[in-house]
Design a protein. Structure first.
Lengths: 290, 330
């Protein structure tokens, strides 16, 4: 089995697809952390919210694509509410207070989704356009999963362009590097934080909408994804786009190939890797600040 | 450094009287809740020792308690070791594991320390979940409780077991207070204040952190071994990171770094869970909102707020400031 080229292509595609889903989630979280030093554990809950909104919209108005657009907007709106109500006031608190407040938010959002949508898992269909398989490099691969990979790469390209080549990107990078200095240079750092937070939330919603047809939509899906996302950003280094990509790819590859090549070790492997990274490079592989 | 203020002694006495009194008055269901409170109280004492006094906010403590539970189950039910030795073995094993985790994580701070301990906790969870010896998802059953018939106590009786767990809380509290007041505990407070200063004074910082983390792990292991005896069954859910998160919530609700506060927090949390759980299945929502309110209020939990209030009253009565007493981290 392992000598077959098709096997490697298939697993590599699986790894890439998992990586892209994790990238969509971790990039928002990591940039929020880099800019605001804010640890938002509720990011996973926002992702679950996105999945629910997308699945409901797709079910009610019969369109995956509508859901894909509505979910990020709805989750970004939720982000606006959270920012105004909680996040802004917790900005100057230590990491533990932030971890706890957002941990409380996880509890609250988890039960809110249960109250609104119930405990039963929602199913969401793959859009008609992306049904079936595509022949690629000698293997048949589901078109929808290829779409996920493509979407992840597209978001990556847009973010890399915005952060690296535009004025607002330069402002964000300046804010991550030294927010006090950036404020002195006339950048409205507070507003920048707000925009970045909302974009991060929208990306979490987008990831939820994309994940809905792949996984079953359950209230605890946010809790399940949270740990992998945290591993990704800690391996990659908090606050950097490069770190989020590297971390997501490492996680995807280790998890996918670990599961097929060393099933007994697979789940321990990623945590062992994380421990190794933390011990040898305590701030991750690509920390935002030198 | 940890001090026994009159308020803390009074709160402890009140808790002891309430616990023992309730143990003799309660029905079966009440006794189960009391036991649950006692087991959680031991775990949060262990967590407060590292988080409140050493600044090591650990998300591994739930997993450590789970290791204690599995250690006891494996030794007692699978290997057939006598229960008292299995209990000591489980505590020793958890302590050794915690020492290693503490030693490895000693260089990390803040959010990285939280993440590192989370990683180790998850590693333990996955290992136990995936390894067939531990029964996987089904867990392990057939666990018996300690045999105290020498003392004329049958621990299969839920009242006796509740009282036994309360005695263990007292033991764990005494151990925590002893460690925190010892030279090691004072060094830990110093490290919490300024690592650089303690290093300049010639202290090996990582060793202090590892030692205290190991001792804290032993207490967490005790909590887990008691939990295994309580339900006489262990499952991987015991090691889930949400258990650690809940323990942290309890410490914060009660009052970080007060040692007495977390005991209050444990009682408050379990009662809240059962009372709200009886009215609505959505008790997490209430817990989450309470937690957010407590953290946003900037008070140091229930007991911390009480201490601050008593401190203000005393200051109001005596206009001249007496001493520079910092209530939160005392």
């Amino acid at each position: 089995m392992t000598h077959d080229a098709g096997f490697w292509v298939l697993q590599a595609l699986n790894a890439l697809q998992l990586s892209m889903l994790l990238f969509l989630l971790s990039v928002g979280l990591t940039v929020i952390f880099g800019l605001m030093h804010f640890v938002n554990l509720a990011h996973g809950a926002l992702y679950a919210l996105g999945a629910y909104v997308a699945a409901s919209v797709a079910g009610a108005w019969g369109g995956f694509w509508v859901g894909l657009i509505v979910a990020p907007i709805a989750v970004a709106a939720m982000g606006v509410v959270l920012y105004g109500g909680l996040i802004r006031r917790m900005r100057r608190s230590g990491p533990m207070a932030q971890v706890l407040v957002t941990f409380g938010l996880i509890f609250a959002l988890l039960d809110l989704t249960r109250i609104i949508w119930g405990d039963v898992a929602l199913a969401s269909d793959v859009p008609a356009l992306l049904e079936g398989q595509v022949r690629l490099l000698g293997v048949d691969y589901p078109a929808y999963r290829l779409f996920v990979i493509g979407l992840g790469l597209a978001v990556l390209a847009v973010l890399a362009f915005v952060l690296g080549r535009t004025q607002i990107g330069a402002m964000i990078r300046a804010g991550v590097d030294n927010d006090a200095m950036a404020a002195c240079l006339g950048i409205d750092v507070e507003r920048l934080f707000f925009v970045v937070f909302c974009v991060g939330c929208a990306l979490a919603g987008l990831a939820g909408a994309v994940a809905a047809p792949l996984l079953s939509v359950t209230p605890d899906m946010g809790l399940q994804i949270l740990i992998p996302v945290l591993i990704v950003i800690v391996i990659g280094g908090l606050g950097s786009l490069k770190g989020a990509i590297a971390g997501a790819l490492i996680y995807g590859v280790v998890q996918t190939f670990g599961a097929v090549l060393a099933p007994q070790l697979s789940s321990v492997l990623i945590y062992a890797l994380l421990a190794l990274v933390l011990v040898t490079r305590p701030t991750g592989l690509f920390p935002a600040k030198g | 450094m940890f001090r026994h203020t009159p308020l803390r002694v009074a709160a402890l006495a009140l808790l002891a009287v309430a616990g023992i009194g309730y143990a003799f008055g309660a029905s079966y269901f009440g006794l189960e809740i009391l036991t649950e409170i006692a087991i959680l109280a031991i775990l949060v004492l262990a967590l407060d020792m590292v988080a409140g006094f050493g600044g090591m906010v650990s998300l591994a403590h739930g997993a450590l308690a789970g290791v204690g539970a599995y250690g006891y189950a494996m030794l007692q039910a699978q290997a057939g070791v006598a229960p008292p030795i299995a209990l000591l073995g489980a505590i020793g094993l958890t302590g050794a594991l915690a020492w290693a985790i503490g030693a490895v994580c000693a260089r990390s701070h803040g959010i990285y320390f939280i993440m590192a301990t989370l990683a180790f906790g998850q590693m333990a969870y996955s290992y136990i979940f995936e390894t067939p010896v531990f029964g996987g998802d089904d867990g392990l059953g057939g666990i018996s409780r300690l045999d105290l018939s020498v003392l004329g106590l049958d621990l299969m009786d839920s009242r006796n077991f509740a009282l036994f767990c309360l005695a263990m809380v007292a033991l764990a509290y005494a151990a925590c207070a002893f460690v925190l007041r010892s030279g090691l505990g004072r060094s830990l407070s110093g490290v919490h204040e300024s690592e650089q200063r303690m290093r300049a004074l010639g202290l090996t910082v990582w060793r202090v952190k590892a030692h205290v983390f190991g001792l804290s792990g032993m207490i967490a292991g005790l909590s887990g071994a008691l939990a295994a005896q309580h339900i006489m069954y262990v499952s991987p859910g015991l090691l889930s990171w949400t258990v650690s998160g809940e323990a942290l919530v309890v410490v914060i609700l009660g009052g970080l770094g007060t040692l007495v506060g977390p005991l209050v927090g444990a009682a408050f949390f379990v009662v809240l869970k059962h009372e709200v759980g009886a009215i609505t299945p959505y008790w997490h929502l209430v817990t989450g909102l309470v937690l957010i309110a407590v953290v946003m209020s900037r008070a140091n939990g229930i007991f911390g707020a009480l201490e601050a209030w008593v401190g203000r009253r005393r200051a109001a009565r005596q206009p001249q400031p007496l001493a520079k007493e910092v209530p939160g981290n005392a």
